[in-house]
Design a protein around this ligand. Sequence first.
Ligand code: 5GP
Length: 211
Amino acid sequence: MFDEKGILFILSGPSGVGKGTVRQRLFEQETHLKYSVSATTRQKRPGEKEGVDYFYKTKEAFEKMIHEKKLLEYAKYVNNYYGTPREYVEEQLELGNDVFLEIEVQGALQVKKSFPEGVFIFLFPPSLEELKNRIVSRGTESSELVINRLKEAKKEIDMMSEYDYVVVNDDVDLAVSKVKSIIVSEHCKRERIEKQYKKILEDDTDARTIN
Ligand code: 5GP
């Protein structure tokens, strides 16, 4: 009766912002989320496990997955492929489970095309937040250093426009609690609740109609 699909959450952001740490801490606390394990051609690091951290693939095997359209998205990052297996994500969403992806930005943009209804969370570098505070508190800041840094920052800030939420990662626990709040808020969205109730009412009306 309550055939509501799960919600797809995508955590992304610039390289080095701490996505992996936030995701790990989140999964220590949230048991209902399903983590989508990515495929990669990079070498396994000490302590990592096949099927837990990644599905480790050869370049040939990965390219076969691309060819067979088995990936929801993929990207090349530091000379290695990384990609999200499509089947697991689609299955879990159908079952009504929330799915969580932690991927770099090129991949997130691809997901946006096939899952525009996904919830896109941009993890924001604390260095940029500091930069903003410095400029705001000093009024017009014109030091060359800040201007150069701003130019570099512009690219990262431009990426933000594709996302629904921005979480500054200045403190991991705080960032995790913000991501958890986003998950709760999304489940309370009027559109989602309304759709569920309308469906129940429609089904019930159909069942009671006597011709
Ligand atoms: P690492 O090699 O440190 O585990 O990950 C490198 C980068 O790849 C990180 O930014 C991580 O978020 C990203 N990444 C991990 N899995 C995927 C994936 O399936 N797709 C994309 N596009 N990026 C991924």
